[in-house]
Design a protein around this ligand. Structure first.
Ligand SMILES: NC(=O)c1ccc[n+]([C@@H]2O[C@H](COP(=O)([O-])OP(=O)(O)OC[C@H]3O[C@@H](n4cnc5c(N)ncnc54)[C@H](O)[C@@H]3O)[C@@H](O)[C@H]2O)c1
Length: 318
């Protein structure tokens, strides 16, 4: 079969609400793409966002940003899907399942029809479930369908630990794995600050109540979205930077290790479920999963997280 040509520097954002437009704004500034197409069920919204974001181009680098339709996805390097309802105050991410699976049933077949040869990045929630739904509906190889997963939760964790320890959050190495949601798991047992075990670093910085402090930080990370949604009705800047980071790893073939959501085969006895585990991410999407060191309690929690997702997946009729 003739190899399909793709325009690797072309991205498509499907869904131009808070998350989609903030992500395009971050991508416009990144210089990673020469073309970004905005698609939304509300075409005027896509056009307005494209105009507004384009007016920043003279302060970034030359590129085209415009509202388009599904014929524009055919040769794209990356398609990002943020279309879908967001959480309302009091709603969990899993509450969004039926609404957003319905929306995906109208979007993903449009992509599949056009023989898309790039990477599909899912951001809409519940992101793990929708990543799995997107793999099934698109027929794409599993390595080319990625969910933003716990990239954002991990950033929140690193930020909060950085603040707690008064160190640069980029020097904090710790992952959140599992569901992007209430059953997520912090990998405390392997957390470190530039190679120094976390508990040693905490004591160096005058913190000795490890159990209380770690529980408090894990809760704050998990509840961040609820807190932000209560205060401003949506979250979008943190996820926009996470989307930019994942796109960087793909566009530059960085082979960066990121906790993205992807189809798990065998790690910690989990099979056939999409959730976040660290993986090498590059031009072909997921290159390989990286086994993360977990203690017995973390392993048990990760399995619970996978079970919670499996229960939902089993109820979806595709
Ligand atoms: N993965 C993460 O870490 C993360 C973080 C924040 C938000 N989210 C999720 O991102 C999604 C979007 O959130 P938001 O705040 O931007 O919501 P929003 O309501 O502001 O935007 C959603 C957009 O999707 C569009 N849309 C709906 N159905 C569509 C369809 N069939 N085709 C094309 N466009 C369609 C709407 O017109 C709207 O513009 C939600 O599911 C939210 O939970 C994920």
């Amino acid at each position: 079969m003739e190899k399909k040509t793709i325009n690797a520097k072309k991205a498509v954002m499907i869904g131009c609400g808070f998350v989609g437009s903030a992500s395009v704004f971050a991508l416009m500034q990144s210089g990673l793409f020469t073309e970004i197409v905005l698609i939304d069920a509300d075409k005027a919204k896509a056009e307005g966002e494209a105009m507004d974001i384009s007016h920043g181009i003279p302060f970034a680098s030359p590129m085209k940003i415009y509202a388009g339709d599904y014929d524009d996805v055919a040769d794209a390097g990356i398609i990002i899907v943020s279309a879908g309802a967001g959480q309302k105050p009091g709603e969990t991410r899993l509450d969004l399942v039926n609404k957003n699976v319905g929306i995906f049933k109208s979007i993903i077949p449009e992509i599949a029809k056009r023989n898309f040869a790039g990477i599909l990045l899912i951001v809409a929630n519940p992101v793990d479930i929708l990543t799995q739904v997107a793999i099934k509906l698109s027929g794409l190889p599993e390595n080319r369908v990625i969910g933003s997963g716990t990239v954002l939760d991990t950033a929140r964790l690193r930020y909060m630990l950085g603040e707690h320890l008064s160190v640069d959050s980029r020097s904090v190495h710790a992952f959140i794995v599992g569901e992007h949601g209430d059953s997520e798991v912090v990998t405390w047992s392997s957390a470190n600050v530039s190679g120094v075990p976390l508990s040693t670093m905490c004591e160096m910085r005058g913190h000795f109540k490890h159990k209380e402090n770690t529980e408090e930080i894990a809760e704050s990370v998990k509840n961040s979205a609820y807190e932000i949604i209560n205060k401003k009705h949506a979250t979008y800047y943190g996820i926009a930077m996470s989307v930019k980071r994942i796109c960087e790893a793909i566009m530059r073939d960085e082979k960066s290790i990121l906790p993205v959501s992807h189809m798990i085969h065998g790690a910690c006895d989990i099979d056939g479920i999409c959730l976040s585990m660290p993986a090498i991410v590059g031009a072909d999407g997921i290159e390989t999963a990286i086994p993360v060191n977990l203690d017995a309690e973390e392993t048990a929690k990760l399995k619970e997280s996978a079970d919670a997702l499996k229960q939902i997946i089993d109820t979806i009729n595709l």
